[in-house]
Design a protein. Structure first.
Length: 379
C-alpha cells in the first residue's frame, strides 16, 4: 500500500503514541465545556470539524473549541503535532488520494510516515486513496491507532479499532485523558513544579493547593511517606489535580499501587475552604516509631534554565514559527532528574540512542534529537 518513502504493508514497523483526540457525537446532547477545553489545552495544534447534519468540513485553531458547545452532531479532531509542521495543511481530516468525498482522521503516530513538513496521517490518507475502498478496514486494523473515515457524498462514517475508543454519555472519545474525572492529591515529587510533575501531571488540570482534612503521619527519608493512621501527625499540605484514567495508570505504577503505596480517597480542604474528595497515596504499614513527623515536604533543589524552541500555531505559515521560550525546570537532588542521562524537552522522559538513525528518540512521545542538540542541552 505504501510507496518507497514509507514502509511496506507486509513489514510494518510502527511506534504509536496517542496524542490528539477524536470526538464523535451523533446525538443532540452536549459535551461538558471542561472536556472541550481540556481537549484543546492538551492538543493545541489545530481543530478539524465535520458537522454530521450537513457533512460540511471546517478547520480552526484549537482555541475555537467553544464551537463544539452545541447540540449539533459532529466528528472533531484536536491535533497534537508529533510529525509535520503546525499549520492548517496538517489539520485533520485529510482527503484520501483523489477520492474527494473520502476523508481520514487518526489518533496515533506511525513511525517513518511523514516528515518535517507533512504529517503522517496526510501521507496515510494519500496512500489509502490508491487502494480499493473495501480493503481499507484490513489495512487500518494493522495499526494500533484510532481512525475514522468520513464520506461526505453518502453522508456516512466508519470507526476503526472501535475497541480502543471510550464511550461516555453517548459520545465516542479516541482517548480518555480528556475525561479528567479523577481527583488526586499529591504531597511529594508529583507536586506542581517538582521533578515527577513534569513527567506525569503537566497535562493535568491543576485545582490548587490545600491540606488533608484529617491528620496523618508523614516522614521524609529522601522522599516523603504518608501512613494511613488518621488522627496522628499533621494535616498534610497537598497539590490537587484532575486526571483521566489513562493518566492515572502510570501514576499508580510510579507509586507501586497497591503493593507499595495504596491509593485511597480522603477529604481535602482547599485554600478556598471547600472540601473535596481526592485520591491520596498511602505507604503500606505503620509509621516508624520516634520519627520526625512533618506536614509539608520541601525538597533540596536547584532551578537551572533550559531553552528550547516551541512551534507557535499559525494558519498563515507553512512552517511553525520557532520562538525561544524559557522554562524553569526543577531538578531534585535526590531523584533521577539530576543524572546526566539525556531527557526529552517536550515530556521530560528519558531519551534512547538509535544507532541506525544516529540520533536520540524519546521513549514516550518519540520526539527525535540530534547528538548536537543533546550535548548542548544536557552537558
Amino acid at each position: 500500500m505504501f510507496n518507497q518513502r514509507s514502509v511496506s504493508s507486509k513489514t510494518l514497523l510502527t511506534i504509536f503514541i496517542f496524542m490528539c483526540v477524536i470526538i464523535i457525537k451523533q446525538k443532540s446532547n452536549t459535551i461538558p465545556m471542561e472536556t472541550l477545553k481540556t481537549s484543546a489545552r492538551i492538543n493545541p495544534h489545530g481543530l478539524g470539524i465535520v458537522w454530521l447534519d450537513t457533512f460540511e468540513v471546517e478547520y480552526h485553531k484549537s482555541k475555537a473549541y467553544k464551537l463544539l458547545d452545541t447540540t449539533r452532531p459532529f466528528i472533531a479532531h484536536f491535533r497534537y503535532a508529533t510529525v509535520g509542521a503546525v499549520n492548517k495543511d496538517n489539520t485533520h481530516p485529510f482527503r484520501c488520494g483523489y477520492n474527494k468525498d473520502e476523508l481520514l482522521m487518526m489518533n496515533g503516530t506511525i513511525k517513518k510516515l511523514g516528515n518535517t513538513k507533512e504529517c503522517d496521517t496526510k501521507v496515510l490518507a494519500r496512500a489509502l486513496g490508491k487502494i480499493p475502498r473495501h480493503t481499507w478496514k484490513q489495512e487500518l486494523q494493522k495499526y494500533d491507532s484510532r481512525f475514522v473515515t468520513i464520506n461526505t457524498r453518502t453522508r456516512a462514517f466508519q470507526i476503526y479499532n472501535r475497541n480502543l475508543y471510550t464511550y461516555r454519555d453517548g459520545v465516542w472519545y479516541s482517548k480518555n485523558n480528556v475525561l479528567q474525572d479523577n481527583v488526586i492529591a499529591v504531597y511529594g515529587t508529583l507536586r506542581k513544579g517538582m521533578g515527577n510533575y513534569h513527567r506525569y501531571l503537566r497535562n493535568a488540570k491543576y485545582l490548587g493547593s490545600g491540606t488533608t482534612q484529617d491528620k496523618y503521619p508523614m516522614i521524609a527519608k529522601g522522599i516523603p511517606y504518608v501512613y494511613d493512621e488518621k488522627g496522628k501527625g499533621n494535616q498534610i499540605v497537598v497539590d490537587v489535580f484532575k486526571v483521566g484514567d489513562m493518566d492515572l495508570k502510570p501514576i499508580d505504577q510510579l507509586e507501586g499501587h497497591p503493593n507499595w503505596y495504596e491509593r485511597k480517597q480522603i477529604p481535602v480542604v482547599m485554600k478556598s475552604g471547600k472540601v473535596i474528595t481526592a485520591w491520596l497515596y498511602f505507604q503500606n504499614g505503620n509509621a516508624p516509631m520516634h520519627s520526625k513527623l512533618i506536614s509539608d515536604y520541601v525538597q533540596l533543589r536547584k532551578t537551572p534554565v533550559h531553552y528550547y524552541t516551541q512551534p507557535v500555531f499559525s494558519f498563515a505559515d507553512k512552517e511553525p514559527v520557532n520562538v525561544r521560550q524559557t522554562y524553569e525546570c526543577t531538578e531534585i537532588n535526590d531523584m533521577d532528574d539530576t543524572s546526566d542521562a539525556p531527557y526529552c524537552l517536550g515530556c521530560y522522559n528519558d531519551l534512547m540512542y538509535d544507532e541506525v538513525a544516529n540520533a536520540f528518540e524519546c521513549r514516550v512521545c518519540h520526539e527525535w534529537y540530534t547528538e548536537t542538540e543533546v550535548m548542548n542541552t544536557h552537558y
